[in-house]
Design a protein around this ligand. Structure first.
Ligand SMILES: NC(=O)c1ccc[n+]([C@@H]2O[C@H](COP(=O)([O-])OP(=O)(O)OC[C@H]3O[C@@H](n4cnc5c(N)ncnc54)[C@H](OP(=O)(O)O)[C@@H]3O)[C@@H](O)[C@H]2O)c1
Length: 243
């Protein structure tokens, strides 16, 4: 049986899909820690949600700053003693990313550093708190663009999206999902990769077919999933995605 009052951390939640994930988790009754690398932006976003009567507070967490990650874990332990839900939402694209033949290697390094290594660092720091949960859930914000199978399929509409840095960083994130789900298979913690769909946010230059609230739905569904045997999956709104 899951804790009735779930404690959730959403990284990169001061705007975009993360903000809506924070809102929807709080609307479902969770106590939400809204993660933001900029403390002021985080505080403002949390205030916007508390003004709606939701249980949300901000926590400073920068994926590129291990000290801030450690401090966030310490804060959550002191305030709540455990974590039930970790939504690894924070992520970046980079204007200097591009096809393998020409992308800036500095950009690729930045993308790997944030989207993969930063997410791995957050996950490692929060794992001791998630192990104390009766039903720990980790949701990694993935993308169809991180699918090796789809990148290699000429019939896919994503075939020509050659962003070696972004796509590789999200493929690496999927490896985290696969390996961590296997490592934790005998625990009460489930780990899944969830693609939100193509969503209008700053990250997509406000292109996309879905609103951030619509994009938050599937990640929230997996964050609140009762069944801990649903783990090690890669899903998108249309169903299961090939790795
Ligand atoms: N939008 C889509 O269509 C789409 C599709 C598939 C997957 N996704 C994934 O969904 C997630 C959310 O994307 P979004 O579209 O909502 O993007 P967004 O509106 O640009 O929001 C990204 C969030 O991540 C934060 N962030 C960036 N670098 C960070 C760092 N080093 N430490 C902490 N936070 C950091 C940003 O903070 P600042 O405000 O400080 O920059 C912001 O809060 C990403 O992982 C993205 O790859 C999005």
């Amino acid at each position: 049986m899951a804790h009735t009052n779930r404690i959730a951390l959403v990284t990169g939640a001061n705007k975009g899909i993360g903000f809506e994930i924070a809102r929807q988790l709080a609307e479902a009754g969770a106590t939400v820690l809204l993660g933001a690398r900029d403390a002021d932006r985080g505080r403002q976003a949390a205030e916007d949600l508390t003004a709606e009567g939701l249980s949300v507070s901000s926590v400073a967490i920068d994926l590129n700053d291990e000290a801030s990650i450690a401090a966030a874990a310490k804060h959550i332990e002191a305030e709540h003693g455990r974590l039930d839900i970790l939504v690894n939402n924070a992520g970046i694209v980079d204007a200097e990313d591009g096809p393998p033949s020409g992308a800036s290697t500095a950009a690729v390094r930045r993308l790997m550093e944030t989207n993969f290594i930063g997410t791995l660092a957050v996950t490692q720091s929060m794992l001791p708190l998630l192990r104390r949960s009766e039903a720990g859930r980790i949701v990694n914000l993935a993308t169809t663009l991180g699918s090796l199978a789809i990148n290699g399929d000429p019939s896919s509409p994503y075939y020509s999206a050659r962003l070696i840095g972004y796509n590789a960083s999200k493929a690496a994130l999927n490896m985290l999902t696969v390996q961590l789900a296997a490592e934790l298979k005998d625990t009460r913690i489930a780990v899944n990769s969830v693609c939100p769909g193509y969503v209008k946010t700053d990250l997509t230059g406000n292109n996309g077919f879905m609103t951030p609230a619509e994009g938050a739905r599937l990640p929230v569904q997996y964050a609140l999933m009762e069944d801990s045997t649903v783990t090690g999956r890669f899903v998108e709104p249309d169903g299961v995605t090939p790795w």
